[in-house]
Design a binder for this molecule. Structure first.
Ligand SMILES: [Mn+2]
Length: 325
């Protein structure tokens, strides 16, 4: 299917490790074609009008690890052949090639990342990039997924790596978007194409500098007090770094409790809301979309971007949902 693609191609991808590794795998496969890769404005799970205009003269567009709104996809599909590889929840977009086993009801444990889905699609052997996407999306939690964790452990043993090395690579790859460096995110997939060992990732100077800076900021934000209401943790932060998902994970995984984090410092007129839930968060993702917010996620995760004046009421609704027995 990829072999048939012709002309100029554009890869649009999530800014995280899974998105970067997904593109790394695609680029290797598309090496005979003329392609560029772009990530949306960091923090946006949609394309702006400007981006849509800019992206209107490609012959094919591949979207990786991102559940872009349907109207974005249909706009891209007016001039280009569009393929989507993803594992986020959402509706199937039947007008384009949409490879998303999760939407089709497959077991998420068998498709733990987009890099994994793409690697299967390409018929590749297990490799570092397929697995880094998995570790990026799940971190320690992947240890609860027997099947995949065994694959990771075997790979690590064969390649003289530890699970902690994998985690460190993920933190380094994620450091570009967290620090707000969109250009560096977009450069990463080609850099990885030229890297021949895991050590080259681990020793990348820029990513290591980012990593140190981010750790200082994350520690600072985690030290700030948070509230707990009926077993759900509510935490407000104010940071210009894109670390809300990291903060939410840390709080949720250390406490084992539902966690809702609000960041008032990333966008000028919008707040970021991020939730990790012990129950299925899908009804609230739908609710956020119905309210007209940019909102998405997976079963246990909700992310939303909400106009500042709407934050309180939406947070109240989510808290009610989370604390309801
Ligand atoms: Mn992913």
């Amino acid at each position: 299917m990829l072999a048939e693609l012709q002309g100029k191609g554009l890869l649009i991808h999530h800014w995280d490790t899974d998105g970067i590794c997904s593109v790394r795998l695609l680029l290797e496969h598309l090496s005979d074609k003329n392609v560029v890769n772009k990530t949306p404005e960091l923090g946006n799970y949609f394309l702006t009008k400007n981006e849509l205009n800019e992206y209107s003269d490609y012959d094919f567009v591949i979207v990786a690890d991102m559940s872009l709104p349907k109207d974005n996809i249909l706009k891209l599909a007016k001039n280009a052949k569009v393929l989507i590889f993803d594992h986020h929840l959402g509706q199937e977009i039947k007008e384009v090639f949409h490879q998303n086993p999760i939407i089709k009801g497959e077991n998420p444990d068998e498709y733990p990342s987009t890099s994994w889905i793409i690697n299967c699609f390409l018929d590749n052997d297990v490799n570092l990039f397929a697995l880094l996407g998995v570790v990026g999306d799940h971190e320690q939690k992947i240890k609860n997924n027997q099947l995949t964790y065994t694959t990771i452990t075997n790979f690590c043993n064969e390649n003289n790596l530890t699970f902690n090395d994998m985690l460190k690579m993920v933190y380094l790859l994620d450091s570009s978007y967290k620090i707000g460096d969109k250009k560096a995110v977009e450069k990463a997939p080609r850099l990885l194409l030229n890297y021949t060992s895991a050590n080259e990732i681990l020793e990348n100077t820029q990513w290591n500098e980012n990593f140190t800076k981010l750790n200082e900021e994350i520690t600072k934000q985690l030290e700030q007090a948070s509230d707990e209401i009926n077993g759900t943790i509510l935490k407000k932060i104010n940071t210009s770094y894109n670390i809300i998902s990291t903060i939410t994970r840390k709080v949720a995984w250390e406490s084992g409790k539902n966690t809702l984090v609000i960041n008032t410092g990333f966008f000028e007129d919008m707040d970021q809301i991020y939730v990790r839930s012990n129950k299925n968060a899908e009804p609230m993702i739908k609710r956020g979309k119905d309210l007209g917010f940019k909102c998405g996620g997976k079963k246990e995760v909700l992310g939303a971007i909400v106009p500042k004046e709407k934050t309180d009421s939406f947070v109240e609704e989510i808290m009610e949902f989370l604390t309801k027995k």
